[in-house]
Design a protein around this ligand. Structure first.
Ligand SMILES: C[S@@+](CC[C@H](N)C(=O)[O-])C[C@H]1O[C@@H](n2cnc3c(N)ncnc32)[C@H](O)[C@@H]1O
Length: 204
């Protein structure tokens, strides 16, 4: 596959998944966290599909298209490891949706990012909220959803934080209900997930 085709596929998948999660949070209160502004493409799309939501954007740089610069209240500058840990007073509510586009392409850096990012995501995500991530995360007890047809597994990851109420209900049902009909309950096999993601990326 040409690099152009691969690029088009990646962006098409990203758009489809952002829209899927936006639909899924329709009944859920909370803000949206965009981790990694970059040139602002996904932020611009989130603003369009979730116009009523507060979207807080995190990046260490400002390198986006001028039309995508968030206002000062919603732009949080600095290292995400620090800013996400201390943004509570600014964002006030838990997030219904966290989009994390922080992959570097370097396995060691990505493993380190996933390791510090996972607990911070857990801290800021509302019960039943969703995470769409380019990196596998270590989110014990969350549901992980399979990719829709046409999107290669290992390219993106969708997780949902399971509310206590839902977990109790599931534990009262039979084993086949664990993880629900759509998702699979995940544990902590980050190294394995990263290796599988790397292997898939090397296919093109
Ligand atoms: C792949 S780009 C995001 C692209 C964006 N989603 C888009 O559609 O344009 C990743 C961005 O995350 C930022 N970033 C990566 N790791 C970071 C960190 N640890 N702290 C702050 N910013 C980080 C980079 O500066 C970069 O702008």
């Amino acid at each position: 596959m040409s690099r152009l085709d691969s690029f088009i596929r990646r962006l098409t998948a990203q758009k489809q998944l952002l829209e899927t999660v936006a639909d899924r949070i329709s009944g859920l209160d909370g803000c949206v966290l965009e981790l990694g502004l970059g040139n602002g493409r996904t932020y611009s799309h989130l603003r369009e599909i979730l116009p009523e939501r507060d979207i807080y954007v995190f990046d260490r740089d400002l390198a986006c298209h001028p039309s995508c610069i968030p206002d000062s209240e919603h732009m949080i500058f600095g290292e995400i490891r620090e800013t996400l840990a201390f943004c509570g007073p600014r964002i006030k509510t838990k997030a219904a949706f966290i989009h994390a586009d922080l992959g570097s392409g370097d396995q060691t850096t990505d493993l380190a990012t996933s390791s510090w990012l996972s607990p911070l995501i857990n801290k800021h995500l509302a019960a039943d909220g969703y995470v769409l991530s380019g990196l596998p995360l270590q989110l014990d007890g969350f549901n992980e959803f399979p990719m829709p047809d046409g999107i290669r597994p290992g390219r993106y990851y969708i997780y949902q934080k399971v509310s206590v109420e839902k977990a109790v209900n599931e534990s009262l049902e039979d084993d086949s209900a664990a993880g629900g009909s759509e998702g699979r309950r995940v544990g902590a096999d980050l190294g394995g997930a990263m290796d599988r993601a790397d292997a898939r990326r090397s296919w093109g």
